[in-house]
Design a protein around this ligand. Structure first.
Ligand code: ADP
Length: 258
């Protein structure tokens, strides 16, 4: 796998309504290691609303307030990332996109041209939804679907979603003690894709459904997805660096690989 998209959810990045410096540091360190191993990494990061909320306490129940919080928080979030990437002499960059950009081949090509130049120069693109003009992921998705479009359109082989959950289970593991995690998954039923949307955390909006929709979209387009814990990076490290799957769920058409 040469080009990888890593998506980190707001639940993983926040702790007590603040950006977790420890987790961001661990993520940045991991991306630096991937770069050293010859991988091109595009990061899709949530966390702008949570960052903004540390500065201004607007009512997050209202979408325009969340948009405003994202506008406040996005530069703060990028500043934190840049400080962490500086330690590895890596430049990072901000790319704001929305699903509608991918409806236009011209806009997609423009974005791809810029992404290719950034990656060729070992700059890490940090993508987020442009929440001032688009609210799709802000309301529902937490960048899960956006990251699937990013992986598909910018020629990544795999999307890695780092979540508050260690993988995809046969039922919600936060509700059922006997839930079993799938190691690989290649077929998503209509029922699974239409489940009630759920999310665990006041900053998370996606839940498992948007992750499954992303997996389905990628499988249909000949790509793969890996869902693993963002709290503990052990599984994703061994998967991407050593090619060994210890945990996590690997969504792939090729079951023998998993
Ligand atoms: P993140 O913010 O990390 O992107 P979310 O909290 O939005 O993730 O979504 C993951 C949550 O989805 C899990 O914590 C879990 O409670 C819930 N969930 C519901 N059904 C399942 C399932 N079958 N497998 C895994 N997680 C599930």
């Amino acid at each position: 796998m040469h080009r990888i998209v890593i998506k980190v959810g707001s639940h993983v990045l926040t702790e007590n309504a603040q950006i977790s410096k420890e987790r961001m540091k661990a993520l940045v360190e991991f991306i630096a290691t991937l770069q050293k191993n010859g991988k091109e990494v595009i990061l899709v990061s949530s966390g702008a609303v949570a960052s903004g909320y540390t500065k201004l306490k607007l009512d997050k129940a209202l979408v325009p307030n969340r948009q405003a919080l994202a506008a406040i928080g996005q530069p703060l979030l990028l500043k934190m990332y840049q400080e962490k990437f500086d330690k590895f002499d890596i430049i990072c960059s901000q790319v704001l996109l929305s699903a509608a950009d991918f409806n236009s081949t011209k806009r997609t090509q423009h974005a791809k041209n810029a992404i290719n130049v950034l990656l060729a120069n070992k700059v890490v693109p940090i993508i987020n939804e442009n929440d001032v003009t688009a609210t799709e992921e802000l309301v529902f998705g937490d960048n899960d679907r956006l990251s699937a479009h990013v992986a598909h359109n910018f020629d990544a082989e795999i999307l890695v979603i780092l979540s508050d959950i260690a993988g995809y289970y046969d039922k919600d593991p936060n509700k059922f003690d006997d839930a079993m995690m799938y190691k690989t998954h290649s077929f998503l039923s209509d029922d699974a894709l239409k489940q009630q949307h759920s999310a665990n955390n006041e900053f998370a909006t996606g839940g498992i459904v948007t992750k499954l929709q992303s997996a389905q979209f990628l499988l249909e387009n000949g790509k793969e997805m890996f869902l693993a814990s963002g709290f503990d990076l052990t599984d994703v490290k061994s998967f991407l660096l050593d090619g060994v799957q210890k945990g996590g769920t690997y969504f792939t058409a090729n079951k023998t690989k998993g």
